[in-house]
Design a protein. Structure first.
Length: 94
């Protein structure tokens, strides 16, 4: 899936993030954006979240049943997704 090109609005935007582990400064003033895409199939649905360079930061597979779809939607809500690219056998839906 071409996540960054299909979803123009990031699902996650972090700006100026810094993180320290004891004496080690792991991150300093880092900006981050992530995009989501779903490969919608008959039996399962694959979710991919990638940053703005296309690097995968989260991936999961959800069953096409009540529990799987509830978990998929819950994940999108928890991540505060505002735009998702959905790929079906007929082509990409946005």
């Amino acid at each position: 899936m071409a996540i960054a090109s299909a979803a123009k609005t990031p699902l996650l935007h972090l700006k100026g993030i810094s993180k320290r582990f004891g004496a080690v400064q792991a991150l300093t003033d880092v900006d981050f954006e992530a995009y989501a895409g779903i490969d919608w199939a008959t039996q399962k649905h694959d979710l991919l979240v990638a940053d703005d360079t296309g690097i995968e930061v989260l991936a999961g597979t959800f069953a096409h049943d009540e529990d799987g779809l509830t978990a998929l939607c819950g994940t999108l809500v928890r991540l505060e997704v505002v735009l998702v690219a959905i790929e079906r056998p007929e082509g990409v839906l946005v």
